[in-house]
Every structure is written in C-alpha cells, then in structure tokens.
Design a protein around this ligand. Structure first.
Ligand code: TMP
Length: 216
C-alpha cells in the first residue's frame, strides 16, 4: 500500500466510534509501513488545544452560534497551515478525526447556519485542501449518544467536555441527516460505514475504502 500525501477524514455523530476507527486504521498503516499522521479537530495544534477547551466546556453553553463557527474555523486554519499541509507535502497520509464536513453537519444542519457561508469559511480555513476520502461512521442517534454519555462519565470529563452531548436528540438527528446528505451529494468522496457493529467489523469496511484509495 502506498501513501503519497492523501488526507483521509473520519466523521460521525457523538459516540459513533470514529476515534476507535482512526486508531485501528493507524495501526494497520504502521503494520504496512505507510507513512502516516494521526490528528484531529478541534485540537490538532497547541493553539487548537486551547480553542478545543472553550468549545467543549459545558460552562460555555451560552457561546453564540457564530462564535462557535468562527472558533472551529480558527482551529482549522491553524491546523491546516501548521500540521496538515506540511505532512501532505512530505507524502504522508493524514488521518484526521473530523474536518470540514463536521462544520457543515453540526453548525450547518445542526445549528441551522447558512451552508454556503460555511463552505466559504471552510475554503478560507483550508486554503482549498480537501479530503481524498471521508469515512462517515454511521450509528443510530440513540446508540451514539448513549455511548458518548457513558464514555464521558468513565473518563471523568462530563463536566469539562460534554457541551454537545447536552444538546437535544433532535439536534443530533439533524447532524446525522447532514452527514447522510453529504454521502448523496459527494458519493465519490464521502462513504458511509456501518458503525453499529463490532469495531473489528467496522474496521474491515474502513480498510476496504482506504485500500482502494491508496491503490490509485
Ligand atoms: P470530538 O468529540 O470528535 O472530539 O469533536 C468535538 C466536538 O466538536 C463534537 O461534538 C463535534 C464538534 N464539532 C463541531 O461542532 N464542528 C466542527 O467543525 C468540528 C470539527 C467538531
């Protein structure tokens, strides 16, 4: 399997299991000797870690929708310039836990902000860098939310990182619908993966999409 500077992103609602899938994909790449970099949004840079704290803190429930959008864009602009572009230029495969589609799904479909405006902001933040492949790990909303709430409690971060888990089920339903819409509007790039199975079964489907991307 060859690398050659491709950006692969992982997306989905809360608790869909995408972080586990990023981990399994990285292990597979390491085993096959593919140069790769694992990163995430928000929080893929030192500055991004600071932005992430603001975004996820449940104390910031009153953060305005516009401020939230601009903070995700700021995190992305820094991340693309500092981390993603240099890695792609080095021929590294970049595996990123969330990227531009999360803003369309959460701030566009979830919050109801203008999607054309979000696309312009994404364009500005990325300088036009686009994922070669996006894996949408799909689970029913009730399954994802139950997993996310349990995880936050187990990790003791419910009080510091649970702002989105506190949103209504209808919000997460709209986010999921946003991702599903992307699989229809950009079927060559955005692939739906069934996340409502064992992590290993889900990984096999992820693997087949990554293998066909890197074979080309
Ligand atoms: P994570 O739980 O995958 O680390 O993502 C952090 C949260 O940020 C998650 O609730 C989704 C949300 N998010 C957005 O709302 N918009 C975005 O652009 C990104 C990257 C994440």
């Amino acid at each position: 399997m060859r690398g050659s500077g491709k950006l692969i992103t992982f997306e989905g609602i809360e608790g869909c299991g995408k972080t586990t899938q990023v981990e399994l994909a990285c292990r597979m790449m390491a085993a096959r000797g593919v140069a790769h970099l694992r990163t995430r949004e928000p929080g893929g840079t030192r500055i991004g870690v600071e932005i992430r704290k603001i975004l996820l803190d449940p104390k910031n429930g009153h953060l305005s929708a516009a401020a939230e959008l601009l903070l995700y864009a700021a995190d992305r602009a820094q991340h693309v310039q500092e981390t993603i572009v240099p890695a792609l230029e080095d021929g590294t495969v970049v595996l990123c836990d969330r990227f531009t589609d999360a803003t369309l799904a959460y701030q566009g479909y979830g919050r109801g902000l203008d999607r054309l405006m979000i696309q312009s902001l994404n364009q500005m933040a990325t300088g036009g860098i686009r994922p070669a492949l996006t894996l949408f790990i799909d689970v029913p909303v009730t399954v994802g939310l139950a997993r996310a709430v349990q995880r936050n409690h187990q990790e003791g971060v419910a009080e510091t990182a649970g702002r989105f888990e506190k949103e209504a089920v209808s919000f997460h339903t709209r986010v999921r619908e946003g991702y599903l819409a992307l699989t229809v509007s950009e079927p060559d790039r955005v692939k739906r993966v069934d996340g409502n199975r064992s992590p290993e079964e889900t990984h096999q489907q992820v693997l087949s999409f990554i293998e066909s991307l890197l074979a080309n």
